[in-house]
Write a protein that binds this ligand. Structure first.
Ligand code: GLC
Length: 545
């Protein structure tokens, strides 16, 4: 079968520790993913992006890599991995590997050697200071100072994320070669997609005494282009997904097309901070968030002629945010409709859709009862910093806000059935708590229900793939308009063919003079009730004009 172009594919993201636990040890694993390949193929996806599966201490969910050419033993081994790529390929599914370029684990052999003596060559692979100036301001993204003292060499090393994630010095030529070599290793094992983690941070400037978010430093383009040249020059059949959180439209165009290109695709972060705390990000909450932001923040990406259909990957949730429906939809009566509306919105846009595991059944945030139930380093640091040190939140307030936006919400075991542990395994306590709703909301149940969220996802993927609509939905130009009644109108146009999607993202009735935009293709409400002038709560419809 002819390989689809990447712009036509649908990506599915897996957080491996929570997908399916094949050996009942409380942790998901590679064999678990192999077991579920038929399910994924049936869903209709074309590629699996695997969050890191390398040897790790899991200090930051695997983004602290101890050995880039290994599989964490909890997840299996390289034979399992090879079997995964081979079996996935038979189903026309590609594997996208998460390549952590900016930092390595503090237990990585390079860093261990670097700490033994400053004369060791590996010492130069990292960023060091003998002394910190009094007004040193560099902060870690997870809170606190970005510098950590090492007694054996009497120096401080730099870590933009947790102290277990040591930033690499990309000015050193060995770094680029070593990372390119990792790409080669996985390519030989059948991997054809590479997500480049946190690439905007690899080149850093350290302005004395000033805050800096260490983004797109002066040598970033030069270094990443060099890396691309070595890593990818003789690999034509690959896909590169750059992760640069909060990337703007101008940056996406600059770094994704033309002379300064460093990645062929970027993850679109337009929506990810909607509802986050103004000052405290995903460790806080902004109750005054406005649904209109879905349109306002996405519109310029959609309407720009300089953004081709394969430049951006659109997502609702991922391992760095909480569950989309709990954040923006309705967990109760309109669960089904709000999940479908969000899916319809995502699949109506120009760009490659990426579904986060569990999203296809409308999984919800699990409800953590107290600090003890959280696992994420960012959440635990937030208690230390925002409750302990800065006293911005009380302990219980922190728990509430992390239950809304914290990352652990989207890292809980996949709800496969209403059996013990949601069918994630045979009963061993999972590494993180289960969702509260799996008895009523799970894959087994939704497979049987033709109007389920899962079957909606299957339909919308089929629509995107169909000869009739593919050109319009993939290649068509895109316009987003806020109507006077508060609904969104998305127009996709290819030659003289048009698809119009009317989206009601609110839990209210929205009135229209005339709702007849053409032939109905799919709708978020499953009954076939026809109305000429009212959209019900979270009712969204795709029409062929
Ligand atoms: C990326 C990952 C995130 C991780 C960070 C550091 O942003 O998506 O999960 O914490 O990089 O590796």
């Amino acid at each position: 079968m002819k390989q689809k172009l990447w712009k036509n594919k649908v990506i599915y993201q897996i957080f491996p520790r929570s997908f399916y636990d094949s050996d009942n040890d409380g942790n998901g694993d590679i064999r678990g993913i192999i077991n579920k390949l038929n399910y994924l193929s049936d869903l209709g996806i074309d590629a699996i992006w695997l969050c890191p599966v390398y040897d790790t201490d899991f200090a930051d969910a695997g983004y602290d890599v101890k050995n880039y050419k290994s599989i964490w033993k909890i997840f299996g081994d390289l034979n399992d991995f090879e079997e995964l790529t081979r079996k996935a390929k038979l189903l026309n599914i590609n594997i996208i590997m998460d390549i952590v370029l900016n930092h390595v684990s503090s237990k990585h052999p390079w860093f261990k050697k670097a700490c033994l003596s400053s004369k060791n060559i590996e010492h130069n692979y990292f960023i060091w200071r003998d002394k910190l100036s009094k007004n040193e301001k560099a902060n870690s993204i997870f809170g606190g100072s970005a510098w950590e003292y090492v007694k054996s060499v009497d120096k401080y090393y730099f870590h933009l994320f947790s102290k277990e994630q040591v930033d690499l010095n990309w000015e050193h030529p060995d770094t680029i070669k070593a990372m390119a070599d990792i790409i080669d290793f996985w390519y030989k094992l059948g991997v054809r997609g590479f997500r480049l983690d946190a690439i905007k941070h690899i080149s850093k400037v350290f302005p004395d005494g000033k805050n800096n978010d260490f983004s797109w430093g002066p040598t970033a383009v030069k270094q990443l282009q060099k890396f691309n040249e070595i890593a990818f020059k003789d690999k034509k059949d690959i896909f590169i997904l750059g992760e640069s959180s909060g990337i703007s439209k101008a940056e996406a165009i600059k770094y994704g097309t033309g002379k300064q290109k460093i990645s062929s695709n970027f993850y679109n972060f337009a929506w990810w901070s909607i509802g986050w705390g103004k000052e405290t990000g995903r460790n806080g909450y902004d109750p005054s968030w406005d649904y209109k932001d879905f349109l306002l923040k996405m519109k310029s990406f959609q309407e720009s002629k300089k953004i081709p259909p394969d430049l951006m990957t659109n997502f609702l949730s991922n391992h760095d945010t909480s569950r989309a429906i709990s954040r923006w939809g309705d967990e109760n009566i309109f669960h089904n409709e709000s999940a479908k509306t969000l899916a319809l919105l995502q699949f109506s846009l120009k760009g490659i859709p990426c579904i986060y595991y569990g999203e296809e059944i409308g999984m919800l945030n699990p409800k953590f009862l107290s600090k003890n139930e959280f696992k994420d380093v960012d959440a635990l640091n937030a208690y230390k910093l925002l409750v302990g040190k800065r006293k911005i939140y009380s302990d219980s307030e922190m728990t509430k806000y992390l239950n809304i936006n914290g990352r652990d919400n989207s890292r809980t075991p996949m709800s496969w059935s209403d059996d013990i542990n949601a069918g994630f395994n045979d009963g061993h306590l999972p590494w993180i708590k289960n969702g509260f709703d799996y008895k009523t909301n799970n894959v087994k149940k939704q497979l049987k229900d033709k109007d389920s969220i899962l079957n909606f996802y299957k339909k919308i993927i089929k629509i995107r793939n169909s000869n009739k609509y593919k050109k319009i939905l993939v290649d068509g130009e895109s316009k987003m308009q806020l109507l006077n009644n508060g609904a969104f109108k998305i127009t996709r146009k290819y030659n003289d063919k048009k698809i119009i999607v009317i989206v009601n993202l609110q839990k209210i009735y929205v009135k229209f003079k005339n709702l007849d935009y053409g032939k109905k293709i799919i709708s978020s409400w499953s009954d076939n009730k026809k109305s000429k002038n009212i959209l019900r709560p979270y009712e969204s419809i795709m029409f062929l004009e």
